[in-house]
Design a protein around this ligand. Structure first.
Ligand SMILES: Nc1ncnc2c1ncn2[C@@H]1O[C@H](COP(=O)(O)OP(=O)(O)OP(=O)(O)O)[C@@H](O)[C@H]1O
Length: 249
């Protein structure tokens, strides 16, 4: 059997002596759309920051696309794209100028041509010559997505991609993520709070509670066992009890 696209091996993070990600171990296979659920402060963003090599784990490790995040961070970075919750762009530049700048930074061949290609792929050529300062959250998100895939990554990390988007924006984002997955075989790792999106998009999910992995399964197993969105919500709430949430408030 081939090696998983992402493998976490007792991945741990702590801040000021407090463990916020606690010995996570799990495998995510090539081609999966993985949904990472958990209450506010559960440790989802911290996990993504370690997997994208933005932060070094306190202990444990992980491999992404076969490379170790601690010992081979540059190899990992070449193979991943990351869309943070709040996409950072240069507001005085147009979308295309932003993207050409980022394409050059990541050493993409023929940056201007590649930017046109990616904007077409994401159906947002109309944004190319507009200054991003006036963009809505959804528009920024799409430029962020374009930026993340300029170098053709094998794995795409998305942190709360639907946060702040209206229903149409959510649907557009979902369609794009699914296209990147089916047409280009990208493995997707997505932090989300939106349970309704999970059954529509994900092939596997995990739930994090206070830094610990409390659930991980393929979506067929989840829906066979728990049924529709309402039941999924119940599953999620049962794994992150309100009493425990109060502890972190
Ligand atoms: N740089 C940091 N320094 C100190 N504490 C931090 C730091 N980054 C995160 N934390 C803490 O780590 C815990 C996990 O935060 P994290 O942002 O990973 O959670 P999350 O699951 O992504 O939450 P949300 O859904 O609200 O985005 C929180 O208690 C947070 O306050």
């Amino acid at each position: 059997m081939s090696e998983p696209m992402i493998r976490l091996n007792r991945l741990t993070q702590s801040f000021d002596g407090v463990t916020v990600v606690d010995a996570l171990s799990m495998d995510i296979e090539q081609g999966e759309i993985f949904g990472f659920l958990g209450h506010n402060g559960a440790g989802k963003t911290t996990t993504i920051q370690m997997l994208t090599t933005l932060a070094r784990p306190a202990s444990g490790t992980a491999t992404v696309a076969g490379y170790d995040i601690c010992n081979e961070p540059l190899e990992v970075r070449r193979r991943i794209g990351y869309v943070p919750e709040n996409v950072r762009l240069y507001d005085t530049l147009t979308a295309a100028e932003n993207l050409v700048f980022f394409a050059r930074l990541s050493g993409v061949d023929a940056p201007a041509r590649r930017v046109r290609e990616v904007l077409e792929l994401l159906d947002c050529t109309y944004l190319a010559d507009k200054r991003v300062g006036g963009f809505s959250k959804g528009m920024r998100q799409r430029v962020g997505l374009a930026q993340a895939i300029l170098h053709g990554p094998a794995v795409l990390f998305l942190d709360e991609p639907t946060s702040g988007l209206d229903p149409m924006g959510i649907k557009m984002l979902r369609d794009l993520v699914m296209r990147l997955n089916t047409e280009f075989g990208m493995t997707i790792f997505m932090n989300t709070h939106l349970i309704s999106e999970i059954a529509k998009t994900c092939t596997s999910i995990a739930v994090l509670s206070h830094g610990k992995l409390v659930y991980h399964d393929r979506i067929e197993a989840v829906t066979a066992r728990y049924g529709d969105d309402a039941a999924l919500e119940e599953l999620y709430l049962s794994l992150t009890p309100v009493g425990r949430l109060a502890e972190v408030a």
